[in-house]
Design a protein around this ligand. Sequence first.
Ligand SMILES: Cc1ncc(COP(=O)(O)O)c(C=O)c1O
Length: 420
Amino acid sequence: MKHFPYKKTRMAVENIDLTDLSKSVGTPFYCYSLNSLEESFHKIDESCKSTNLLICYSIKANSNQSIIKTFSNLGCGADVVSLGELKRAIKENIPGNKIVFSGVGKNTNEINYALENDILLFNVESLDELQHLSSLAKNHGKVAPVAIRINPDISAGENEKISTGKSQDKFGISWKDAIEVYNIASSLEGIEIKGIDIHIGSQINELEPFSRSFDCISEIIKELKSKDFDIDIIDIGGGIGVDYKEKGKNLEIEKYFDLVSKKLGDLAKTIIVEPGRFLTAHSAVLVTEIIYIKKSSSRNFVIVDAAMNDFIRPSFYGAYHRIVPLVDNEQDEEGEEYDVVGPVCETGDFFVKDLHLKNPQKGDLLAILSVGAYGSVLSSNYNSRPTIPEVLVKDNQWEIIRKRIEVDEIIKRDIIPDWL
Ligand SMILES: Cc1ncc(COP(=O)(O)O)c(C=O)c1O
């Protein structure tokens, strides 16, 4: 989180004091550092020595237009999973030939729109989808460029909910059926086989599952090549883990790309990587204000104005995020443990348990760290709470990149039938 430094006792984002910014924006809010986003992109770009790498930002991690534009400006492609994400990518000038479409349930509208925009690759996940795609492509007088997503039956990722490569998961086509499916694909008029795809999960911090999955697809590629299939593209998905605890225990990105080069580098003209979390996680904090302090015989609570509807990762995945005060009271040495919780009526509405805080007070500001990935995109209006704003900072300038959606606006979306 080097772009969120303490200047003396006060936390900043780049060159802007976060406490001052909070007064202008109002809490709670997400705050992003542009330099951090760009730096994470360059880290991947520079770690990969092979020149045939295409970085396709996985938009699901954070779909704010300003974030997409940041990566588009750097020449990045996009990995999309819906019509909405596809439209967002195109709006920020990511060219069709740098867009890959993933997901198990692409519908007719989505496929048609992707065909009209001549995207680079459809990552196909079932025989049914393959046949549907073929017939839609024929209607357009086109052939759809396709990679088959392989399910290697490998467990990986932070927890069950974000592991995608086991045989019981809904994703991909079993490695055992791969050759048969490629044979069928080659017989379909509307399909052009371009490559192979794999994505085994998210927040993966060991090389071993990646290594096994690369071995799995490399075997399949070799067999396909021996049968004269053209495999020009290998899409290795996302999943690169980040260090939420900031203890240096995350995947070393250089080692990851050494592995990619060693195992797959010679097997295709283009390698696509689809990072989401790695590009955005550390680029943001969520600033929240302490509303109440509550002490009971068994626990202490700090009740803040943000809640699980604004940032659900701790409640939903049991994910750990560091929380720090915006102003560090160095003079108060003693402290106590507090659970940091939100106002939503769920016991699961917490951000962290047993956080050591030095004499927290009503009105103090806290920053929840590393919330740039799977943060704002997973927010909701549960408990009829407003959508909180997002701010982007570059050096000493800032802008609101998503405005607060007030409760009155949310209520107005509902329709009461005449007969009620
Ligand atoms: C197909 C696919 N690609 C890429 C990603 C991005 O993963 P991550 O954010 O872990 O890099 C995901 C996330 O689940 C995914 O499903």
